[in-house]
Write a protein of this length. Structure first.
Length: 279
């Protein structure tokens, strides 16, 4: 299976991928477990950034550089092990060695020269070692002219903790569709005048029963409208968006005993919870 095809993207939604490992462990600086959950469960698309596009463009050249430096012949491959998957940049014919290619900036390349692998990439490689069963991996930094390789061996203790976290995310969050805990990164900081105006009115209504009846609903609707579909926070309020499972249409089920009710479940509905922000 080729990477970055529709088939590949559809498969990724049903599996825990190597790049998901650091997110699930809470050590990814760009994505939270909640954002990953939205991608997996509700198909929220991930936008390709400049670094991702650059890496894809330079990957073939980087792989050739790696082969020239090490004498190893590697080919990209998508591998699946139960509910895990790994899109490998390269694996040897005998399956004993894999390579993860990074075409980042000067700082990342300098770190590779010093033998440093960022934690989020380390988790990615450990996941790849589990899925591939390889004995050894190379973290390979390529800047367009120079390649630096850092050898990585399976880390049993890290792998044990990673597997526990991944299993929880897969079975509880993906299979049961239970959202992981929100972090502060899941909220957009709002301080514009219109948001402040409506949030202040909602807070005033919150503390006054009479005002609540008159203003709460209109303030709530306006804040939801201004949120553009994102979790938002200001000094006075915190607005959290959640998706609940749709109601099962029991009338469509001929028999309930032994019947999987999921096919009869209606589409999820969007809910908003607005509370006074105490932080």
């Amino acid at each position: 299976m080729e990477q970055n095809t529709q088939e590949w993207h559809d498969l990724r939604r049903t599996k825990i991928g190597a790049s998901d490992a650091s997110v699930i462990l809470g050590i990814n600086p760009w994505k939270t477990p909640f954002q990953l959950w939205e991608e997996k469960v509700y198909g929220k698309a991930q936008e390709q950034n400049f670094a991702m596009a650059r890496g894809a463009f330079m990957e073939n050249e980087a792989r050739q550089c790696f082969e020239n430096m090490t004498g190893l012949s590697v080919m990209p491959k998508v591998m699946i092990k139960d509910w895990r998957m790994a899109s490998l940049d390269g694996i040897t014919m005998d399956g004993t060695v894999i390579v993860e290619i990074k075409c980042g900036g000067k700082e990342l390349h300098q770190q590779a020269k010093e033998g440093i692998i960022p934690p989020y990439y380390y988790a990615q490689i450990q996941h790849q070692l589990v899925v591939s069963g390889a004995e050894k991996a190379f973290y390979f930094s390529f800047n367009g002219t120079e390649g630096i390789g850092v050898a990585v061996l399976p880390d049993p203790k890290f792998i044990e903790e990673m597997i526990i976290a991944e299993e929880h995310f897969y079975y509880e969050c993906m299979m049961k569709k239970e959202a992981p805990m929100l972090t502060e990164k899941d909220f957009v900081k709002k301080d514009d005048d219109e948001w402040i105006k409506w949030s202040h009115q909602w807070v005033q209504a919150y503390w006054s029963l009479k005002e609540w009846e008159l203003h709460e609903e209109v303030s709530r609707k306006k804040l939801i409208e201004l949120s553009s579909g994102k979790n938002c926070v200001s000094n006075e309020v915190k607005l959290t968006r959640s998706l609940s499972k749709g109601i099962v249409d029991y009338k469509s089920v001929p028999e309930l005993i032994g019947v999987d009710l999921e096919p009869y479940r209606k589409p999820h509905c969007e809910k908003w919870r607005l509370v006074v922000n105490k932080i």
